[in-house]
Design a protein around this ligand. Structure first.
Ligand code: FAD
Ligand code: DHB
Length: 398
């Protein structure tokens, strides 16, 4: 579908990932004019295999924005996860430990499809294959997005620009280097992720610590499993035959009692993802705002990436709504500080889950004992488990 290409708008949104699409939905609901520019085509954006877990707060905001009809029908509510270590299984019960919060298994691909469909049906303009090449006047009262759409160079005048353009986007780079600071960490391992046409072997997600490295059992539906294996950085998925993957998963999920079996099925997708933590501060410069992966990324172990993106744009939409209704810029002024508070909590939790469950290449037996002691503590102490549950199910939006 080809939408008309407007020349000016109130909020120019770069990127139609979960952050850009949800922001557009929330602004539309408040009667605020916006335009979304997305460099890829619709099929690519809707098929890109990424996150799978939605926090309670993300589901709440999708419901508020009218985008949860299919999620409520097809999403799988989960009340806990299993931690598997030292050949033992321990369940973390989210509602019991958090006063009723839980998570949903509903893939990012489906969230994006639902939001795109709503946007094209009754939302603000959403242009695919519209690549933003430059942000001009970052410090002026009227920033301009230059973009190429269907081979034609165009410009969009905006009152505000929001970079929802992911980790490799252009909006962050438009903020002068002296006005931003980036904090980063890389990890000495990656994930090999697969999709398989087989019913998940567990009703809930299983996070496994093993002497052979980390493994995660997740799912996309009652008939599709999503599984991950820790692999060395630089791994070529082609080096992993289907049989090698299943054998390795078996070994890492093994229980001492020997009574658990992983069901195998045809593998339909295989990819390797690197792990990185990164935060850029502040998340605003003049009339430019950053949201989601454009401002921060986390290693996937805590399932936080998509949820942080949803939290950012919820805060930002409230701020634009405040401006629209009362003329006050107070919430826009506190946007960066409000988001960074939650971002750093999620950064720590993602780092904690990652470093507690993975085996680093140079890991000493001492380090492994520390990991197992930490996992034992979570299994033995409701206080330690409650801290994990609160972070995993997602802290309420302040
Ligand atoms: P994105 O989804 O990256 O969307 C950004 C959009 O901007 C893209 O559509 C891009 O095409 C567009 N764009 C970029 N540059 C331009 C431009 N110049 N002009 C116009 N458009 C542009 N999180 C988890 O919680 N669990 C996971 O298992 C998990 N797996 C992941 C696997 C991979 C390979 C990656 C990259 C991320 C994964 N994440 C995962 C993180 C999660 O998917 C992201 O946090 C989430 O997508 C963030 O949403 P976003 O809208 O901020 O960014
Ligand atoms: C999935 C990904 C994660 O990073 C995670 O912690 C849990 C689930 C998933 O893709 O299903």
């Amino acid at each position: 579908m080809t939408a008309p290409a407007p020349a000016r708008t109130t909020v120019g949104i770069v990127g139609a990932g979960p952050a850009g699409l949800l922001l557009a939905r929330l602004l539309h609901a408040s009667g605020i004019d916006c335009v979304v520019l997305e460099s890829r085509d619709r099929g690519y954006v809707e098929q890109r295999q990424r996150a799978g877990i939605l926090e309670q707060g993300t589901v709440d905001v999708l419901r508020e924005s009218g985008a949860a009809e299919r999620l409520d029908r097809e999403g799988l509510p989960h009340d806990g996860i299993e931690l598997r270590f030292d050949g033992r299984a321990h369940r973390i019960d989210f509602p019991a430990l958090t006063g009723g919060r839980r998570v949903w298994v509903y893939a990012q691909t489906e969230v994006v499809k639902d939001l795109v469909a709503l946007q094209l049906a009754d939302g603000a303009p959403l242009l695919f294959e519209a690549q933003v090449t430059a942000v001009e006047g970052a410090e002026s009262a009227q920033p301009v997005l230059r973009y190429t759409h269907q081979g034609v160079e165009r410009r969009l005048e905006c009152d505000y620009v929001v970079g929802c353009d992911g980790f490799h986007g252009v909006v962050r780079e438009a903020i002068p280097a002296g006005a931003r600071q980036t904090f980063e960490r890389s990890y000495p391992y990656s994930w090999l992720g697969i999709l398989a046409d087989v019913a998940p072997s567990s009703d809930e997600l299983v996070y496994a610590h093993s002497p052979r490295g980390f493994a995660l059992l997740s799912m996309r539906s009652p008939t599709v499993s999503r599984l991950y294996l820790q692999v060395p950085n630089g791994t070529d998925p082609a080096d992993w035959s289907d049989e090698r993957i299943w054998d390795e998963l078996d070994a890492r999920f093994a229980l001492a009692a020997g009574d658990w079996k992983l069901a195998r099925g045809p593998i339909t997708a295989k990819s390797v993802l690197p792990m990185r933590s990164s935060v850029t501060e502040p998340m605003r410069h003049g009339r430019l705002f950053l949201a989601g992966d454009a401002a921060h990324i986390v290693p996937p172990t805590g399932a936080k990436g998509l949820n942080l993106a949803a939290a950012d744009v919820t805060v930002l939409a409230r701020a634009f709504t405040g401006l629209h209704r009362t003329g006050s810029t107070e919430l826009l002024n506190s946007y960066s500080a409000t988001c960074l508070n939650r971002v750093w909590r999620a950064e720590h939790f993602s780092y904690f889950m990652t470093s507690t469950l993975h085996t680093a290449p140079e890991q000493s037996p001492f380090d492994t004992r520390l990991q197992l002691s930490q996992l034992d503590r979570i299994a033995a102490s409701p206080h330690a488990a409650a801290e994990l549950a609160a972070n995993y199910a997602g802290l309420p939006l302040v």
